[in-house]
Design a protein around this ligand. Structure first.
Ligand code: DC
Length: 216
């Protein structure tokens, strides 16, 4: 069974997807990590990330594997290097590239084949797995999302204004929702979940009930 969780950055998708997968005994796929790994590969290769021919060459050359807890780029675990502000900022052209998205979708379908898995991203329920057994669209009030992100960064010792996070988040939302291929939109049959006033546990509890009700 495939479970998809789509929605904007900061709504708690990753934490919810990981916890839900754990409770169900399913595998978990963070597709954002895959976009990030391709971005890192492009930065390391020093290619122009907007050059579609160079991107095509890159995604056909690299090997990306997603064993539990790891992001293997040509055999190297790059998980510690993909969440930097530099990679986040550079991921835009990869996310809006048709050639990169096509390859990533192919990889994601290969990974999910024959498994019980929770796949988290932006278009998992619409483009990648339109026949998924249970689909969620997890969202939250923009200020609540920015506050969570702000608290995370402050806890890491970073100094950044809430306003700056809110502005960057607005830009990302607009970009994710507005692109032509694989835009972030809820699937017609997605269960809409607003996490603004829910704890992570409450979100996962609700998801688990919905999945178990459909799991044959
Ligand atoms: O969810 P995240 O912040 O780790 O995503 C990283 C980048 O990849 C971001 O630019 C959105 C993009 N992305 C996407 O376009 N499609 C997905 N399924 C997952 C992420």
């Amino acid at each position: 069974m495939i479970v998809t969780i789509d929605g904007p950055a900061g709504a708690g998708k990753s934490s919810a997807a990981r916890l839900l997968a754990h409770r169900l005994g399913f595998d978990f796929l963070d597709t954002g990590a895959m976009y990030r790994a391709v971005t890192l590969a492009g930065l390391r290769a020093k290619i122009d990330l907007t050059d579609q021919a160079a991107l095509a060459n890159l995604v056909n050359r690299i090997r990306l594997e997603m064993p539990p807890g790891q992001v293997l780029l040509d055999g190297e675990d790059v998980a510690p290097f993909i969440r930097t502000p530099e990679v986040t900022a550079a991921s835009g052209p990869i996310a809006s590239s048709a050639v990169a998205r096509a390859r990533l979708v192919e990889w994601q379908r290969q990974i999910a084949k024959g498994r019980n898995i929770v796949c988290e991203g932006r278009e998992q329920g619409t483009v990648v797995f339109p026949d998924a057994g249970c689909k969620f669209f997890l969202f939250a009030d923009p200020t609540a999302r920015a506050r969570r992100r702000h608290a995370e960064l402050v806890a890491k010792g970073e100094k950044i204004a809430l306003e700056a996070i809110l502005r960057a988040q607005e830009e990302r939302d607009a970009r994710d929702a507005g692109r032509d291929i694989g835009p972030m939109i809820p699937a017609a049959d997605a269960i809409m979940l607003d996490s603004t006033r829910l704890t992570l546990d409450q979100v996962v509890e609700r998801m688990e009930q919905e999945v178990r009700a459909r799991w044959k």
